[in-house]
Design a protein around this ligand. Sequence first.
Ligand code: BTN
Length: 238
Amino acid sequence: MAQLQFDVRIYQRLGSTSDEIRRLAAEGASSGTVVCADEQTAGRGRYARRWFSPPGNLYLSLLLRPAVPAPRIAELGFVTALAVASTVNALLPKGVRPTLKWPNDVLVNGAKIAGILVEHIDDAVIVGIGINILHAPANASYAATTLVGCGGIASVDTARALLLKRLADQIDMWQTLGFAPIRHEWLTLGPTPGTTVQVTRDGQTMAGRFITLDEDGALLIETPQGRQRIITGEVVNQ
Ligand code: BTN
């Protein structure tokens, strides 16, 4: 299968790159269309949260039309997290390493440096990625950091070029070999088995020890009430 070709469009300012991709998708844009903006005025995060989007960070959305059944679309969040982690890793000084928090966050020194929003609409998937290069929100409900704050490289153009290359490689691996190698790689950067993680789901928080990432991307934890298999929700503390 040929590697995905990107058609990259860069804007100075948009409401949300994911909204713009959604509009292009409705007009029939092809898989591999990419929209970037220097700044977003209505950047969106998971759970309809606002995504802090001043100039100086990377905001990118990718349109995909993958030939996989709908239940497998969530795998793309993990595929993307690996591409983002690899990009961040290449831009950080030696000895500073990114880690992954279920389902799709990329952390450095325990603080969020990048977020990923996967949205499924009709026959298309929109993968939105934000990487904090210069700025992190000061009043978020979680600890946030930036590439520059961690001693890394500050160019949005460099980060974008690297990210697109890594995305093409990871998506190619996923389409050729399936989820197993993605899961394997995710586990090398995810929590150490036995670590206590706190998960929120439907407004409820539970704590348990991380067991593994299941073969479909579900989070497996051991709680005092027994083993839990979590499909939606987020880890709030790891
Ligand atoms: C999260 O909540 O962690 C996901 C954040 C995703 C932010 C990116 S920035 C580019 C794209 N456009 C948006 O409006 N959101 C995503």
